[in-house]
Design a binder for this molecule. Structure first.
Ligand SMILES: Nc1ncnc2c1ncn2[C@@H]1O[C@H](COP(=O)(O)OP(=O)(O)OP(=O)(O)O)[C@@H](O)[C@H]1O
Ligand SMILES: [Mg+2]
Length: 299
């Protein structure tokens, strides 16, 4: 499959180009195309990962369906045969990596749930003993399972800025008390169900980020869901708290960028072929594990 770095549909009206997704307006709907772009340390790299956009789309579609008893979502259809006629010229580029969705007014917050101590949560805990104002027991190790999953929202940054963890009160100030309560409730319930599913597939869902919006249907789950770009998945086999765990995301990319001493300022460097291939394999493995048959029987 050729690598799709960006779509250039000049006959369509661009709605927004995110780090990974290109969104176009199609009548009353949005066409969301997941490209093969990859961002690391908040920068889009010049090198793409072949087929990554398809993997992200297929994983999100799986979860939208799996979670539909908990929360409605923005999906209208991902079947290109059902797309409006104006999209027919782009059918082959869109197949497998796009969705038609209902436009939503997005809440200006990222809804993060953490079941394990990692990433920015681990850094905050080391510094303050807390994450987003939530006090945690002392003496926890990196990657350790938390006593219970916690809701740790973050700001939704404009491109180029870093997302910043915020307290629940700051979340209330951004979206209002009722919305904040409902988004927390939904996020924790989704995490619970998804983590259970992942574990049956031999994967620990360490943490994940949801984006919700509001449509005529009320609050809907939007954007991408529970993919290796928005979540940390670890193989449960060999899980060992006390350090970082191997994960199904851009680990190889981050490790490579650290190894060459990139100063994390633009321009971002190209990736060598080996790193691209290993990353591509990881994404494909995540798709087949998450959407394939259970490998671990329920106790
Ligand atoms: N149903 C929807 N209605 C309106 N906007 C949406 C909808 N679903 C997703 N979006 C927005 O589309 C954009 C998708 O872009 P993309 O996923 O590439 O991410 P980004 O926001 O640039 O980066 P990151 O995901 O790292 O925060 C996001 O701004 C997201 O909030
Ligand atoms: Mg995004």
């Amino acid at each position: 499959m050729p690598t799709l770095i960006a779509t250039e549909f000049e006959d369509l009206q661009l709605y927004v180009r995110g780090k990974v997704r290109d969104l176009y307006m199609v009548g009353d709907l949005l066409l969301m195309v997941a490209t093969d772009r990859l961002s690391a340390f908040d920068y889009v790299l010049p090198t793409g990962i072949p087929g990554k956009g398809r993997v992200l789309t297929q994983i999100s579609l799986f979860w939208f369906d799996h979670l539909s008893d908990i929360v409605p979502n923005h999906l209208v259809t991902a079947d290109v045969e059902e797309y409006p006629a104006q999209l027919r010229p782009h059918q082959e580029e869109l197949r497998g990596r796009s969705m038609l969705v209902n436009p939503a007014r997005m809440f200006p917050a990222e809804c993060v749930v953490r079941g394990y101590l990692s990433g920015s949560g681990w850094k905050d805990y080391l510094r303050t003993g807390k994450i987003c104002g939530i006090a945690l027991p002392s003496g926890l190790r990196e990657s350790e399972r938390l006593p219970e999953p916690i809701f740790t929202p973050a700001t939704k940054s404009m491109s180029g800025e870093h997302d910043e963890n915020i307290s629940f009160d700051q979340m209330v100030a951004r979206v209002g008390g009722d919305n904040a309560e409902e988004l927390r409730r939904l996020s924790l319930e989704i995490y619970q169900k998804a983590a259970e599913h992942a574990l049956e597939r031999g994967l620990i869902l360490a943490d994940t980020k949801f984006e919700f919006g509001r449509t005529a249907k009320g609050i809907v789950l939007a954007d991408e869901v529970l993919t290796p770009d928005s979540s940390r998945f670890w193989p449960s086999d060999g899980y060992l708290p006390g350090g970082p765990q191997p994960s199904f995301d851009k680990q190889f990319v981050r490790d490579y960028l650290e190894s060459i001493g990139w100063n994390k300022q633009p321009p971002a460097p190209e990736l060598p072929g080996g790193v691209v291939r290993q990353t591509q394999e990881k994404y494909e493995q995540a798709l087949s594990l998450l959407t394939g048959p259970a490998v671990v029987r329920r106790p």
